[in-house]
Design a binder for this molecule. Structure first.
Ligand SMILES: Nc1nc2c(ncn2[C@@H]2O[C@H](COP(=O)(O)OP(=O)(O)OP(=O)(O)O)[C@@H](O)[C@H]2O)c(=O)[nH]1
Ligand SMILES: [Mg+2]
Length: 405
């Protein structure tokens, strides 16, 4: 069973690979010049939630996830690709072929250099002279143009299927776009919201197509912003400007990927105690720190924790899956009293389920047989019976009861 995928998109040099490395601890190439990354990197990161073990006072045996100090870390996949530059869709920079790796991504995290020290091409400029709002604008456009190019590749054929072969418009568009991860509902909404369902397809112009794409992109590939390099002094004003211009459309999280990477490495080396998402860290081996490491930790405390409260890295992943996508984390159990699976593991698994998922969806997710033989479910907290269409809530603990035979 594969975990949901988040894609990191952004101009070169904005810190995508640093963010990726800080989330996954996969060793990737990071460098202060554009187009460091060429081939995509895929790795596992984690959404952090308060585990239910704490609330219920039990010691758990996590299997598909991790539980550290009462925090459950649920795996999600992250993909880091090459940088995008304005007009990449026309082949500039490395072009936008690598956006094809985003087909399976259910959410895109725009990673931008909030400090304004690199421009949209990824070139180093005088700190604060580049406006990161420009990056958001061009990134939206690049994603739209990517979808447009795919649709236009066989537009004549699409038009013929609808106008001559009399195929259903939404079915034709869906078969063309489902490979990019769009659902039939996305297509229907796109047609309704633009009014294009009542315009003959032969008459659609490019503006119509772009309007349609914008609607399906907002639904099917939602985005949020990691305002990276927040540790640098020029970021503060820029983040305020980003909030003013984009705060209503996008969730914006100030991040310092570099700080998170340093902290995670220091924690792994046993120098500090720090869990991703913590609002502080503690030095446990001060005598082992080199003067350089000490300075780096002081820098992080002053420019990241005191200014922003955290590195923002865990927050941006949580925001992507829990806030923007609205996924819920649900713990299935076989024994609702002991909270165990059939091997006696306590609260072994937790699944991230899409917004609006039901008890029946959970049953199918655990095992297709559980779905097919579903009778009802039980809320392990209060032992109430739940029907197949019960809408799962975040941190529910659910037992599925199946028919015999
Ligand atoms: N100050 C600061 N620098 C950062 C931060 N994140 C990344 N950097 C630096 O920015 C530069 C570019 O980082 P990368 O992670 O290679 O950027 P990228 O977006 O993957 O770049 P491409 O692969 O070329 O598209 C490196 O020098 C990083 O050390 C941050 O949070 N703060
Ligand atoms: Mg990179």
């Amino acid at each position: 069973m594969s975990s949901p995928l988040a894609g990191l998109v952004g101009p070169p040099n904005a810190g995508k690979s640093t963010l990726f490395a800080s989330l996954t601890l996969v060793d990737v190439k990071i460098a202060p010049y554009p187009f460091t990354t060429i081939e995509p990197n895929v790795g596992i990161g984690y959404v952090r939630i308060p585990c239910v073990c704490k609330e219920l006072g039990v010691k758990d045996d996590p299997r598909n996830s991790l539980c550290i100090e009462g925090n459950r870390f649920i795996p999600v996949r992250i993909i880091d690709v090459a940088g995008l530059v304005p007009d990449a869709w026309k082949g500039r920079g490395l072009g936008n072929r690598f956006l094809d790796h985003m087909r399976r991504a259910c959410i895109l995290i725009m990673v931008i250099d909030a400090s304004g020290t690199t421009d949209s091409e990824g070139k180093n400029v005088k700190p604060g002279t580049h406006d990161p709002c420009d990056d958001v604008r061009f990134l939206e456009r690049e994603v739209d143009m990517w979808i447009l190019q795919i649709l236009k590749r066989d537009w004549e054929h699409i038009v013929k299927l609808v106008s001559i072969a009399r195929k259903d418009l939404k079915d034709v568009l869906y078969s063309r776009l489902s490979g990019l991860g769009f659902t039939a509902e996305d297509i229907v909404e796109g047609l309704l919201r633009t009014g294009l369902n009542s315009k003959r397809i032969e008459r659609w112009n490019e503006g119509d197509l772009i309007d349609f794409i914008r609607v399906i992109r907002e639904r099917g590939k939602p985005m949020l912003i990691a305002a990276n390099k927040a540790d640098l002094p020029t970021s503060e004003d820029n983040i305020r400007a980003l909030q003013r211009e984009y705060g209503e459309r996008y969730k914006i999280v100030p991040t310092s990927a570099e700080a998170e990477l340093a902290l995670r490495k220091a924690a792994k080396a046993g120098l500090i105690s720090y869990l991703p998402g913590d609002r502080d860290f503690e030095v446990i081996k001060p005598e082992r720190l080199t003067p350089k490491q000490r300075r780096a930790l002081d820098y992080i405390r002053e420019n990241v924790f005191e200014k922003w409260g955290s590195t923002g890295v865990q927050e941006v992943i949580n925001a992507a899956f829990l806030d923007v996508l609205g996924m819920v984390a649900v713990f299935p159990v076989e024994n609702e009293n002991e909270l165990t699976d059939h091997n006696g593991n306590v609260l072994p698994d937790v699944y991230l389920m899409p917004r609006g998922s039901t008890a029946l969806d959970l049953a199918y997710k655990v095992h297709s047989e559980l779905g097919e033989k579903f009778m009802f479910a039980i809320d392990a907290r209060n032992k109430r019976r739940l029907g197949a269409d019960y809408k799962l809530r975040h941190r529910d603990i659910i037992k599925v009861v199946v028919s015999r035979g």
